[in-house]
Design a protein. Structure first.
Length: 408
């Protein structure tokens, strides 16, 4: 489905370009033809005026040659003219849209029918004394020009239709991308506690048969002792949080005062015990006060936003040695400021402006959902600010969260 939409979207810019080119060209041709015809008509009218005035001031009036020349100028206007007697029998025709020989009965009948079309759109000129009637119509050029505005309108409607199609398909593609990304994110969210549970089970199997297999010392893990059973309980609670997160992101959350430093310390402890399996030789440091002003928020979602930033930093370090820091930055304009920093490769310049958009990622095979979710949680749910700071080393994300006192 996404492949078909993407292929269609790639063809759309070319289609829009061609349609706009067609509208522009038709307008230019239309305008040029009008200018040329007006210029030619002005020339013909000037000649007719000249010959009429010349005949009026001449003692001889209109000569046969003058009348012939004047008729030729009138014929050059391209106006279809049929002259008939008072009974409607054609006696002369010029500039007809079809070939006709008035000596041929079938052609004469066709011209009589055409006279009816001319009289339906334009009043005829009757000279009962001389016994003739002049019927006229519109020049072929004018008939063609009448279709140009309709053609342009059709092309513009086509452009509008393609624009509507782009919006619709973009919305569909966005939804497909979000659903796919959410599925990937859910698997990613559950992957950490599940892999940790597998590791704890392996440790329990190693300790099988030994008395008191709970707390144990392991040089590969941070701290002096790790209570395997307690860590397994943490992972099970983590799985419960994952289910609550996806439930909370789909509805309007109830905001309550949240102790962010305590929440971040718990998050840091959880990651610290699992860093050896998540990325070798990575240190997670925190600079958090024991007491800080609470923010108004939904703790499950806020923890998710910070966790996504930490995981983004882990991905940036790509398993090599490095440091991730979570720092409290004080109060700024009624908001509590926190930073998540790493000393990885940073963010490429061409991605900085779109880094929080769905589908934008610096990882090969990534879905670009984590940072988009973090922005949604911080900005749309909590009315805060999240941004990527300028940095010479690694990536620095700043979060500003409204204080509970300001929103109570």
């Amino acid at each position: 489905m996404i492949g078909r939409i993407s292929a269609g979207r790639r063809a759309v810019p070319l289609a829009i370009f061609l349609l706009f080119a067609a509208v522009l060209i038709s307008y230019l041709v239309y305008s040029r033809q009008i200018a040329q015809e007006l210029r030619r008509d002005a020339l013909v009218f000037s000649r007719i005026y000249f010959q009429t005035v010349q005949a009026a001031v001449s003692p001889e009036g209109f000569t046969a040659e003058g009348e012939f020349a004047l008729l030729q100028e009138l014929y050059a206007l391209g106006i279809p003219v049929v002259q008939t007697d008072l009974e409607g029998n054609p006696t002369l025709s010029v500039n007809l849209p079809f070939s006709a020989d008035l000596e041929v009965p079938a052609d004469r009948e066709r011209v009589r029918e055409y006279v009816g079309q001319l009289d339906a759109s334009n009043p005829s000129h009757v000279d009962e004394t001389a016994g003739f009637i002049v019927h006229y119509g519109e020049p072929a050029f004018l008939r063609r020009l009448k279709w140009i505005p309709w053609l342009q309108a059709a092309l513009l409607l086509a452009v509008a239709g393609i624009g509507a199609w782009i919006i619709r398909t973009s919305y569909q593609a966005e939804r497909e991308r979000i659903w796919s990304g959410m599925a990937r994110e859910s698997a990613h969210q559950m992957g950490t506690p599940l892999s940790s549970l597998v590791g704890w089970l392996e440790l329990l199997e190693v300790d099988a048969g030994q008395a008191g297999s709970g707390p144990r010392r392991d040089p590969g893990l941070p701290g002096d002792e790790v209570d395997v059973r307690e860590e397994m309980r943490h992972d099970l609670r983590r799985l419960e949080k994952v289910s609550r997160r996806f439930e909370a992101i789909g509805r309007a959350p109830e905001l309550r005062p949240v102790d962010v430093p305590e929440m971040l310390r718990n998050l840091s402890r959880y990651f610290a015990a699992r860093l050896p399996s998540l990325g070798g030789r990575i240190t997670l440091e925190t600079e958090l006060p024991q007491v800080a002003p609470k923010v108004q928020g939904e703790e499950t979602l806020l923890e998710w936003a910070f966790e996504n930033l930490v995981k983004n930093a882990l991905d940036s370090l790509a398993g090599r040695e490095g440091t991730i820091r979570i720092v409290y930055g004080g109060i700024r304009a009624g908001r509590a400021v926190y930073r998540v920093e790493d000393d990885g490769d940073g963010v490429p310049e061409h991605l900085r402006s779109s880094l929080f958009d769905v589908g934008v990622t610096t990882k090969r095979g990534g879905w670009g959902v984590g940072l988009s979710l973090a922005r949604r949680i911080v900005v749309e749910v909590h009315g805060g600010v999240i941004r990527l700071e300028e940095s010479d080393n690694g990536a620095v994300f700043t979060l500003e969260l409204p204080l509970a006192e300001d929103l109570a």
